[in-house]
Design a binder for this molecule. Structure first.
Ligand SMILES: Cc1cc2nc3c(=O)[nH]c(=O)nc-3n(C[C@H](O)[C@H](O)[C@H](O)COP(=O)(O)OP(=O)(O)OC[C@H]3O[C@@H](n4cnc5c(N)ncnc54)[C@H](O)[C@@H]3O)c2cc1C
Ligand code: SF4
Length: 332
């Protein structure tokens, strides 16, 4: 049987081929998929997104969470954020993911928002959402209003002279620390993309945020089996306690054996133009005792290449403290 072995595979294939005419998950495509609608419909009301055709994918059988044969987890693209956060296997084996999801948006939004839609949610940069203002991400070549403008909430890592917008998702940060794989079904068949390669840096094409191609449908996200003995944690710092995006967040997965850190995965949110994995922090943790000195060294390494703008310099120290605190919590 084909890899896209759904009972409604024909519907899915039709959706893909209709979307392939002129759709990508990026800005400006004429044909778009809609799942929960909490990003897409918002942006359509603001006139930021102007698709001529919207394809509802909610009837596709992609709403299950299943164990994989190797002990990992296969999450359907239409699994709602609430259902995923409260799934017993996620709570037991991937606590960082459950915590990240529950820190996002509001209960009502999480009941609608899907795994696939969350992966592809757009930046909250105010200029992106205001069609009166120049924005390279919305209209390539018009300029970036944020660089000399309101940059307080924007990125300090992975920026370019063309865009400094943050990826706003909490879920994506946890998926990055968990080394998830995104399963994509397109006109050429199925491909599996490690999450570290799924998101693109803005460079001189900030309108292109992911490796998604015209007609691509995200079908699943796959998590590897939990690392033996590892514990995980998500910490989110923001202007108010709910219904707010991260100024800085940290997703950490740590295993400790005989007083030494034997496994470390670190990702940060609210500071990067994409969910920000920090190999520098992971290297600083590996083989070291789990103490304040080690955590502070790792946090300093993670922010070493930060390039703040005029209004978001505070994020450098905030992100260091966020990461140090998340590491202390998980190692306690
Ligand atoms: C007020 C408010 C507050 C919020 N706060 C937070 C927060 O604190 N943290 C956070 O992380 N998020 C937050 N969000 C964002 C929210 O998590 C996203 O809007 C949601 O996850 C998007 O999922 P959806 O299913 O509704 O996507 P949709 O709006 O349906 O789709 C989003 C995009 O993904 C594409 N798409 C959807 N599914 C697929 C698929 N399977 N394959 C290919 N393309 C697909 C659509 O074409 C569209 O481009 C907030 C949103 C709002 C409105
Ligand atoms: S930071 Fe990016 S999204 Fe914001 S105005 Fe500049 S180009 Fe647009």
């Amino acid at each position: 049987m084909e890899p896209f072995a759904f009972s409604r595979a024909t519907d899915a294939a039709k959706a893909i081929s209709a979307a392939a005419r002129s759709s990508t998950a990026q800005q400006g495509a004429e044909v778009r998929f809609v799942a929960g609608g909490t990003t897409l419909l918002d942006l359509m009301k603001l006139n930021v997104e102007r698709p001529t055709q919207v394809i509802d994918i909610n009837h596709l059988p992609l709403a299950d969470v299943e164990r994989t044969p190797d002990g990992g987890l296969k999450i359907g693209a239409l699994v709602r954020n609430s259902d995923l956060a409260h799934h017993p296997l996620v709570q037991r084996d991937y606590a960082v993911l459950s915590q990240a999801l529950l820190s996002g948006a509001s209960g009502q939004l999480r009941n609608m928002a899907t795994t696939g839609g969350n992966l592809l949610q757009r930046t909250r940069c105010v200029y992106f959402r205001d069609t009166n203002m120049p924005c390279n991400k919305r209209e390539p070549g018009t300029g970036c209003s944020a660089i000399d403008g309101f940059s307080r909430t924007l990125a300090i890592l992975g920026t370019s002279e063309h865009c400094i917008a943050t990826n706003p998702s909490d879920m994506n940060v946890a998926l990055t620390a968990l080394e998830a794989t995104v399963v994509i079904r397109g006109t050429g068949g199925e491909r599996r993309v490690p999450i570290g390669e799924f998101f693109l840096l803005p460079g001189d094409t900030p309108q292109r945020e992911t490796v998604m191609m015209p007609g691509d449908l995200i079908t699943h996200v796959i998590l590897p089996p939990p690392h033996p003995g590892a514990r995980s944690h998500y910490l989110k710092l923001r202007d108010r306690a709910s219904y707010e995006f991260a100024l800085s967040s940290a997703a950490v997965v740590i295993a400790v054996q005989s007083g030494k850190i034997t496994h470390a995965r670190v990702a940060m949110g609210g500071v990067g133009t994409k969910p920000w994995r920090s190999p520098e922090a992971e290297q600083a943790l590996q083989g070291q005792p789990p103490n304040e000195h080690t955590f502070a060294t790792a946090a300093a390494a993670a922010l070493n290449n930060a390039k703040p703008q005029s209004e978001n310099g505070f994020k450098v120290e905030l992100a260091k403290r966020c990461l140090t605190h998340a590491l202390s919590t998980v190692a306690a």
